[in-house]
Ligand binder design. Sequence first.
Ligand SMILES: [Zn+2]
Length: 182
Amino acid sequence: MILWIAHITIIGFFTFIIWVTLGAFKLKPFQQLILSLGILLLVNTTLEDISPLLNTITDFAAGGKKFEMPVQGEITKTYDPPHHHGIDIAIPEGTPIRAQADGKVIKAQWDNIYGQVVIVEYQNGLQALYAHNRDILVKEGYPVVKGTKIAYSGNTGRSTGPHLHYEIRIKGKAVNPFLHIK
Ligand SMILES: [Zn+2]
């Protein structure tokens, strides 16, 4: 919702600026209309590209960093796109992985790379991915509350030792998880 308001405000602002700027060129009305629409389309495409950033900003506006670390353990690999889209936290196999807030399970399945993987969608479209689990305890579509046990950690998929691979995604794109962790 907040993201929508931000988007519409920004698009409205750009539309106004484009219209006023083009007005200075004294174009024919239909030229001004077509040029405005073209530029707006460009701006909107750019907005899509920066939407993770936008979402982070609106997220801060909505109360800032919400999440605790998903589990306690040593961070053995940090966020380093395009090589690594999340963080690795070394934990013993069988450590409970719990929902970090209220939300909904949008993926709970096997993946050749992520192994037994769970993705939970929280507020503002923020998604968290928990990978390489031994056992998944939830199903797609399940609602969760903060603290719901969603998996037992493991060493499945492309993994070289027991750990949790943790990602935060916005609209399916991985972002720096530390922007959202206290
Ligand atoms: Zn990883």
